[in-house]
Design a protein around this ligand. Sequence first.
Ligand code: NAD
Ligand code: USQ
Length: 393
Amino acid sequence: GNFESPRLAAGQTVLILGGDGFCGWPTALRFSSMGAQVVILDNGARRETDRNLGVASLTPIQSLHDRVEAWTAVEGSVIRTHNVDLAENYAGLLRVLLETRPDIIIHFAEQRSAPYSMRSSEGARYTVDNNIRATHNLLAALVETRLDPHLMHLGTIGVYGYATAGLQLPEGYLKVKALGADGREVGKEILYPGQPDSLYHMTKMLDQHLFEFYARYHGVRITDLHQGVVWGTQTAETCRDLRLVNRFDHDAIYGTVTNRFILQALEGRPLTVYGSGSQTRGFIHIEDMLTCLTLAAATPTKRGERVRILNQIAETSSINALAGRISRITGAEVVHLDNPRREPEGNEFEVDNGTFHDLGFVAHRFDEILETEIAQLGELLGLDGTGPRSSVA
Ligand code: NAD
Ligand code: USQ
């Protein structure tokens, strides 16, 4: 990574909500390796959903208990874990907060699949109930316990909505001019009035309004990170022992596009572009996500400050261009399927991510790391592009 002072979090206590997940687990290991006291809260909801959907990580992930034991064996550091449902067990949350007294909380603990939130009323209700209650319980508990950690939340670039009408997406706040009562123009900054394209993304917009309220009304210190689609699998820490391996989702509900395309190419299957492929998205590699999180953690917001909203992406690309890049390296064929999602195609997508640049973030570029990533995943899964592994359906 390009983070210059990896000891910044040393001695701090970092509570990671959703620390058993794809983004949360590598984050727990990164902060632990930097010397922070790391505590994970996770109710295992994601592993349960996998069982219900009949899907599984393609990498052999261990139980959370075995993962943290392996980390202690490898690194010598202890990561404590709590199996608490953030949305349903408020008393349990209070207990963990008072016992942990975190300096930093990183909140990943939400249902994060857009298609899952749109597939049925059950998926929609679970996503809204789980995500909004999780976030609100956390905010209420911070006020009740009078703890004053820096809360970092993983939001999504999709909160804005993808049809941007050619506007460059600002970092959370839109400058507007309107007519004042006396007929003169007045300027104001308002939370960007997003029009998200899935109920999942909608929960992140509702989260953002809760953050705005709790920062303004109760002085909670918050950074909301509007992140693009994460790709890649392993990080410097998850590579150190197979028992630490990160999860790899490839199914149509939780598998995200870049990782699905990489796997399809490694299995000698065509890349499944939905619709015209002219949808544009923001992307970030998992190592770059860790760099951004350490930079945000090192620059906490102050009491009384409004929510800091940062756009966390490395670059934007259309799905066609993404498929083209992977196809050029691997020779994979590209197919266009009827788009199973309702989403705007042909959208322009310009994103201001100036704050991370100012903090010193230099992203890896797709083309620099794509080939390495494909080779690493191929080695991890025992795939070389000639056909599926026997255990892969
Ligand atoms: P994930 O599903 O792998 O991990 C989420 C974790 O949170 C799971 O381990 C789950 O068990 C836990 N969880 C969910 N609800 C909980 C609850 N009520 N109580 C306790 N634990 C709960 O997802 P991920 O890919 O790691 O994403 C993490 C966060 O980052 C999400 O909030 C997501 O919206 C955001 N994000 C992810 C991506 C991406 O591409 N993966 C991109 C942008 C933003
Ligand atoms: N897509 C394909 N082919 C596939 C899979 C997806 O063309 O096989 C397309 C989709 O139609 C969509 C785009 O790729 O246009 C992205 O889909 P995705 O499943 O990779 O990602 P998305 O649904 O946007 O959600 C993911 C994470 C979510 C996060 C979001 C960031 O699951 O948690 O918030 O990325 S963002 O998209 O920037 O809002």
